[in-house]
Design a protein around this ligand. Structure first.
Ligand code: AQP
Length: 335
């Protein structure tokens, strides 16, 4: 298929912590596989990350580390665009315009805002509230056809489609209305200690709840050994066994084996043996990535080159859309 005919797919991740195994299984692992079929944009969403208070030096470092991790999992900056959101000014500009096309009633319904407000009750800022508008801008600037979305992001894509439709309704077809891309594999990974809630990279209260992509192999093994299961002994995938089912989801995702096959493999095993098997499978998947991460993150000059070139390529596309939008809303245009 020629490059021009390929659909555009937009994905981004916040540098709000070291990515978790949940981020890897639910997002990063799939992104790698999109590269043949689509023209991809892979963004480091650092403007989104500051909706929660960040340590500046850590945020800067994590931003570069996330670029290095994108490279380590095999994202290709030559064929696709890897960039840092704050390097493309168009994001901030379009967000303001789109704010003026978004209703407070719509934003009031966003469950992520409610969740994050509860989690950061001392800092319920306007950025947290208008987060979905910034995200709509990310997607719309690149005339994206598709956006990979987990269950937690569905509502944000819906509001993006509504905002784009509203704008187009007033000014004509300015934005492509994006569709959700539902990955073939990519379960929602839950916390190891609390399998009722999703695994999140920014969680800091209980390190054993989260596997970070860069955790040492032995740390990974130990975290999985300590994972909450139940008082039963049977390895079975079932709603009433959230801990065991989560480990089966993890095993299935990293090995590529269907859940049934994974469950059959551990039939009759005790939880100890099961957890060892899951731990080894996760280590086998992550260790080579960690090795490549070390190489990329120590090559500062190359990383900077990727970031600068990515920003240029992204800005070129984003500015085309932004110029159209500015014309439509009546901003002055200079030749
Ligand atoms: N537990 C998860 N299981 C599967 N997929 C997940 N994703 C996140 N957690 C899981 C997917 O990762 C992508 C990037 O997410 P993000 O960084 O933009 O923000 P998030 O969804 O809020 O991820 P976190 O880890 O929970 O970040 P914090 O802790 O900062 O809030 C998305 O595609 C998401 O679906």
């Amino acid at each position: 298929m020629s490059e021009e005919k390929k659909k555009i797919i937009y994905s981004a991740m916040q540098p709000s912590g070291v990515p978790s195994l949940g981020n890897y299984i639910g997002a990063l692992k799939n992104w790698k596989n999109l590269q043949d079929e689509y023209n991809c944009l892979f963004g480091v969403a650092n403007m989104h990350a500051i909706t929660v208070r960040q340590n500046p030096a850590e945020l800067r470092q994590r931003t570069k580390d996330l670029v290095a991790l994108f490279l380590a999992i095999g994202l290709d900056p030559e064929k696709h665009i890897i960039y840092v959101q704050s390097d493309v000014k168009a994001h901030a500009e379009i967000a303001w315009i789109l704010n003026c096309f978004t209703y407070m009633g719509e934003l009031n319904r966003m469950t992520q805002f409610k969740d994050k407000s509860a989690k950061h009750a001392d800092n319920i800022n306007a950025g947290l509230y208008t987060y979905p508008v910034l995200m709509a801008g990310d997607i719309l600037l690149y005339q994206s056809d598709l956006v990979p979305v987990g269950a937690d992001q569905k509502q944000h894509l819906e509001i993006c489609r509504d905002i784009a439709g509203r704008f187009n309704g007033v000014y004509g077809d300015v934005f492509k209305i994006p569709d959700p891309y539902i990955p073939k594999v990519g379960a929602r990974i839950m916390g190891l200690q609390n399998p009722e809630r999703k695994m999140s990279k920014s969680e800091s209260d209980n390190v054993n709840n989260v596997i970070y992509i860069l955790d040492e192999p032995n740390v990974i093994r130990n975290k999985i050994k300590r994972a909450v299961t139940d008082s039963d002994t049977e390895v079975r995938y079932s709603e009433d066994k959230p801990g065991v089912s989560n480990l089966l989801n993890i095993y299935s995702a990293v090995t590529g084996k269907p859940i049934d096959e994974a469950a059959a493999e551990f039939k009759g095993c005790g939880y100890g043996e099961f957890k060892t098997g899951v731990g080894e499978a996760v280590v086998a998947e992550l260790e080579p990535i960690q090795q490549r991460f070390k190489e990329y993150s120590s090559d500062k000059a190359y990383l900077e080159k990727v970031m600068k070139e990515g920003a240029e390529k992204a800005s070129y596309i984003a500015n085309k859309t932004l110029t159209k939008v500015k014309k439509k809303v009546g901003y002055p245009i200079y030749k």
